[in-house]
Design a protein around this ligand. Sequence first.
Ligand code: SAH
Length: 359
Amino acid sequence: MKKTDIKSLFYEELEQRLAQMGEKPFRAKQVYGWLHEKMAVDFGQMSNLSLTLRQRLEEEFYLTVLEPVEVKISKIDGTRKYLFRLEDGNVIESVWMKYRHGCSVCVSSQVGCRMGCGFCASTIEGLERNLTPAEMLEQVYRIQALTGERVSHVVVMGSGEPFDNYDTVVAFLRLLSHELGLHISLRNVTVSTCGLVPGILRFAEEGLPVTLALSLHGPNDSVRKTLMPVANRYPLSEVLDACRKYFEKTGRRLTFEYSLIKGVNDQLSLARELAALVGPLHGHVNLIPVNPVEEREYACSGKKDVLAFQEILKKAGIAVTIRREMGRDIHGACGQLRRSFRKKQSRNDNGPEWEGKGG
Ligand code: SAH
């Protein structure tokens, strides 16, 4: 019999499975608590269950646990970037950031990505596979266990396109916010998309008070098309219509992400166009000085240009921030740590060297 991934089951599903095994309903509460609140790494730890039940769980289920293989700690701001190994040997990365308001984890939703954005390292080798809900949760659980600090905020802004792995991401959000688990408020969660219209529309109907971030990177289709292949599939007008619907349904203000690339999308005329575009949407604009990726030719806009770009938006009455460059010294942007790890792996026939392990 194929074993079931127990950490990906909803509470009700777990309850049902345990009932089928002849267990009383309160057992589901205990097991769920072990999995999602105490973040157990094996069934043996579940000390208030009988040995027989633990053995039966072992026979029917498996526990997804991520193995940290590398951690880099930023000397600038203490940001930590973790590289985790999955059961099948793939590696993914997650980032831990500490702010005044709490601790935030940036999680990946896929191994690699197939969206092909020109400035992003996650997409260089395409999509390897989707993550499971348990693999997404584990990024938060392991980091909370390793840092010993409660995670209060989660952003789905690591590698992968969340709406290209839709069901998993929604299951992840429900499990993450469940009262018998870490119980993280969905108001403290942001999901970032490159603009898959059907995903945005479906997400609006889920009844989840999550902040949606749209990766804009250009104020019109022609600029977006030079950077993001997805812009050929969904024109900006459709994407923004879907965003408007998201706001109407959820009441949550959107975030627009705009990575500034020297000479490509940082001209002041584009700032004015951006102001006109997003002004009526009452969203918040987050400017991200692009993190240069070795394989790509894009360079970061100069500081002065970034500030001038921001000023135009401010003057137009738009809420705009420049993303703090957290962890730039430790391969801050999506997919860069995994990419450097894979390059090291392919250079080293005798297996990888854990250079940098432990920070
Ligand atoms: N697939 C999702 C999540 C991606 S990561 C999306 O496209 O929104 C979160 C943000 O970082 C996105 O806006 C993405 O475009 C941006 N990003 C990726 N690589 C970057 C880089 N090297 N420099 C700056 N921003 C980058």
